[in-house]
Design a protein around this ligand. Structure first.
Ligand code: ASP
Length: 339
């Protein structure tokens, strides 16, 4: 689909967040999401000369209140947009959960067209608002031919990150996003999008008709000094479709918590990840109760290089498609949990 004057069409779907938040108070406080996708696009200088924009407001939520079904519906909207001829899709949303929704989209995004997620740390009324610049970078990313076949990307602060590694690592800075060890993979400089690595991705998970309606429950449990497994013990296997643990270091828990891991892992998939924010779970280094070797022997599966929130979404996405065996979990985390 080509827009007016033969410009390529870019679909922009807005979900809310700071990028769309305004204040009615004189001091600019208490901002809430109010702006439509059209208003966001209209605020970007020069956008109309680059692309014909098809803007749609999909939600007006603060991103802590987004959920997986909303993101799965956003996925279907994005797929329909490229089926209708868009060169690619930009999703705007709050930054608080952007690292999660972008990864959930990535797990199911089965098209070569770019799907780029962005947001802002400063609201549109703030001095130096970063939303228009981030949105422009995201559109330029969609228009760059070398963006094809890379899965879902996150555009922020002139940088491009892969959804599977990116994380919000600062609560206030405009350069809040990092990909520990693996990014950014690209930058936008003087309007040009350049990549440091060739296009590559793990194939998307398939999702058949009807499956998208589900909403599995996969809690994430963080461990802490002195953890006796109290929180994990409270989880009943029949209430969940899987559990992810944000463990110490390379994926460790206390000896007492290890018993709770073993009990649950005998009934539902249990994945342990590292709470450190960088680096993989171990496989064969430590042998004490609660170590990676012990947790693997008890039936849990290591998340590899995936952050705990990403590991949780991979397990959620697998459970959305139907019952999951331990062998399924081992296979998917082996493929998707490594660079
Ligand atoms: N602070 C968030 C943001 O940057 C609020 C949210 O995630 O909706 O958008």
């Amino acid at each position: 689909m080509m827009g007016p004057m033969s410009l390529p069409t870019v679909a922009i779907g807005a979900l809310g967040g700071t990028i769309a938040s305004t204040s009615s108070a004189t001091d600019g406080s208490e901002i809430v999401p109010t702006l439509s996708a059209e208003r966001l696009a209209a605020a970007v200088p020069g956008l109309g000369e680059l692309a014909s924009v098809r803007a749609e407001t999909l939600a007006q939520l603060p991103s802590p209140s987004l959920d997986e079904p909303t993101i799965v519906r956003t996925l279907a909207w994005a797929q329909a947009a490229v089926d209708a001829g868009a060169q690619g899709v930009v999703i705007t949303q709050g930054t608080d959960t952007l690292e999660e929704s972008s990864y959930l989209l990535d797990l199911f995004w089965d098209r070569p067209e770019p799907l780029v997620v962005t947001g802002a740390m400063r609201s549109p009324q703030a001095a130096g608002a970063d939303g228009p610049a981030n949105l422009l970078t995201a559109v330029r990313c969609v228009l760059e031919p070398d963006s094809r076949g890379r899965g879902v990307l996150v555009a922020f602060d002139d940088e491009l990150h892969q959804a599977r590694w990116v994380a919000k690592t600062d609560s206030m800075s405009t350069s809040a996003f990092r990909s520990a060890g693996f990014g950014p993979i690209g930058r936008c400089v003087e309007g040009e999008v350049v990549y440091g690595v060739p296009a590559d991705r793990v194939p998307a998970l398939s999702l058949s008709a009807g499956q998208e309606a589900g909403d599995p429950r996969v809690p994430l449990v963080a461990t802490y000094l002195g953890d006796d497994g109290y929180v994990l013990e409270a989880i009943r296997a029949e209430d969940v479709d899987g559990v992810v643990i944000a463990g110490f270091g390379a994926g460790h828990v206390s000896a007492r918590m290890a018993e709770a891991v073993g009990r649950l892992a005998g009934q539902v998939p249990v994945v342990f990840a590292s709470r450190t924010g960088s680096g993989p779970t171990g496989r064969a280094m430590y042998g004490y109760p609660g170590s990676e070797i012990d947790l693997l022997a008890r039936g849990a599966v290591g998340a590899g290089w995936l952050l705990p929130v990403k590991a949780r979404l991979l397990l959620w996405a697998m459970a959305l498609r139907g019952p999951v065996t331990r062998a399924d979990v081992v296979r998917e985390f082996e493929v998707r949990g490594r660079p």
